[in-house]
Design a protein around this ligand. Structure first.
Ligand code: SAM
Length: 481
């Protein structure tokens, strides 16, 4: 069968949709880049530093980076952000980069919070998530929200309040504030008040893993059950990790628990079967890599001085909704950057589907971007990719894909609620210097051109991946065991 005959008919992603691709990551909105350009002044006002501390900042950032993930050096000490030097390093480097990461992710997520909704941010540090929500979701600014933030470090929470006030232009602790923020120093589970519409846990799960004697999965199952328990019906849990293998392992443990607790998986997984990257010979893990384009000059200059400049940003995430699991429309999530195939013209990416790992072939050399969701199915009898053994799915060439006024190409729907004009001409994700570097781990370490595909000998036959039945996840007390 020729590739053209192999091409599945695309279908719309949802009622009222014309497109078969839905983008996850968008370029930073111009409103976000403008506010980030001025963010160093907000930082200076919220946290004046003595000259000696300013001089030591690049070194402090390097030291913090060594201890920050539990994979390295056993993870950071409890309460590390209470140490002024460490907090300054976090605030000048990790915080702004996390604002950028989150501002690339949040606009593509379905976060329809109700009026007077309750948002809990667990392990909030300097309120990074809440600041990013304000920055990148202007549609939510008109809503009255109650926000509860908890962290082990009071100093980080107080800094976060001052930074949020600098960004938003109002005191979030005032009784009539549109976003009313209450901060609590304590353990993450103390921020779970019940009836939450959104619970965020950003860059924290790997730290919970680091100090535990329990098996990682058991610990993460317990955390997932605590989050589920505290959500209102229809509420969402959003867990974001830095794109490391450990972060993905944490998310996997939570994913299993969310499925067992009958939560609806909103993303990134397009199915409830076993993760396509578990098992087999591959060491690849699920994470997405995006460009740092739009980062403010002051941040890139400072990062270079610290010897920790960024060519790309990566993250893993998991979102689950407390709702009847949706009857799935099979779809395919792009989980790598573009690469070329030796025997077929065009470019290809790896995709995650209910049928397992697939290779998506774009004959028009306009591959979808990491994170895109495609409403195409794996045709029965699809040919197999020689390297990975995964079925090949030839993407339909859509004439509309050729010309888009913003130059990005691809019939991609922008679901962003922004009223501000979007930054344009950003180029497709994964089409620049990172071309050919897949989001999956080991592949990104191979020489450029061809990623080492997650190797599943023979690939998985369509529909053959079944999650092993697991013991029921216990509903927890609010405290960790
Ligand atoms: C890497 S920082 C992330 C901060 C913020 N969420 C962000 O993304 O920038 C991890 C935070 O989790 C907090 N943390 C770690 N374990 C915690 C626990 N058991 N309870 C409460 N906070 C915790 C730390 O104090 C720290 O502020």
């Amino acid at each position: 069968m020729s590739p053209e005959n192999d091409a599945p008919k695309p279908r719309p992603l949802g009622p009222g949709d014309r497109d078969f691709r839905k983008r996850l990551f968008f370029p930073l909105a111009s409103g976000v880049t403008t506010q980030l350009d001025g963010y160093q002044d907000i930082l200076r006002r919220a946290m004046p530093l003595r000259p000696g501390m300013v001089r030591a900042l690049p070194r402090s950032v390097r030291e913090l980076s060594l201890s920050l993930t539990a994979e390295r050096e056993g993870g950071p000490r409890p309460g590390y952000l209470s140490e002024p030097r460490t907090l300054a390093a976090y605030a000048w480097y990790y915080l702004p980069w996390n604002l950028i990461r989150l501002s690339r992710l949040l606009p593509g997520l379905d976060l329809d919070l109700p009026e007077d909704g309750l948002v809990c941010d667990l392990g909030s540090g300097p309120l990074t998530f809440i600041q990013a929500l304000w920055l990148s979701r202007p549609d939510l600014r008109r809503k009255k929200l109650r926000i509860s933030c908890v962290d082990r470090s009071r100093r980080a929470l107080d800094l976060g309040l001052a930074l949020f006030a600098g960004l938003a232009g109002f005191d979030p602790t005032a009784p009539d504030a549109p976003w009313r923020i209450r901060v609590t120093r304590g353990e993450y589970w103390q921020g779970l008040t019940g009836g939450a519409d959104l619970i965020a846990m950003v860059n924290v799960a790997n730290e919970l893993a680091g100090l535990s004697r329990d098996p990682l999965d058991a610990r993460m199952e317990r955390v997932a059950a605590q989050l589920t328990d505290a959500l209102a019906l229809g509420g969402r849990a959003l867990v974001v990790e830095p794109g490391t293998r450990l972060g993905w392992r944490c998310l996997l443990g939570m994913r299993e628990a969310f499925i067992d607790l009958d939560m609806d998986l909103s993303g990134p997984c397009p199915h409830r079967e076993e993760c396509v990257l578990v098992g087999g010979r591959t060491r690849a893990w699920c994470h997405f890599t995006v460009s740092p384009k739009g980062a403010p000059k002051w941040l890139t200059t400072f990062s270079d001085r610290a010897g920790l400049g960024k060519e790309r940003l990566s993250l893993s995430y998991l979102m689950a909704k407390k709702a009847q699991p949706k009857q799935e429309q099979p779809g395919i999530r792009v989980v790598s950057g573009a690469f070329s195939l030796s025997d077929v013209p065009g470019s290809a990416v790896y995709g995650c589907s209910e049928a397992g790992l697939v290779v998506l072939v774009a004959s028009d050399r306009r591959p979808p971007s990491p994170g895109d969701m495609l409403a195409v199915e794996v045709p029965p009898g699809a040919s197999r990719d020689a390297k990975s053994g995964a079925p090949r799915v030839f993407l339909p060439v859509d004439p509309a894909a050729a010309v888009l006024p913003d130059g990005r190409g691809g019939p991609v729907r922008d679901p962003r609620p922004h009223s501000v004009p979007q930054k344009t001409g950003g180029g497709r994700e994964g089409s620049g210097r990172n071309s050919g570097k897949p989001a999956t781990g080991p592949a990104s370490r191979t020489p450029a051109g061809r990623p080492s595909g997650p190797a599943r000998p023979g690939g998985k036959p369509a529909g053959a991946v079944r999650r092993p039945k697991k013991k029921a996840v216990k509903r927890p007390a609010r405290r960790p065991g």
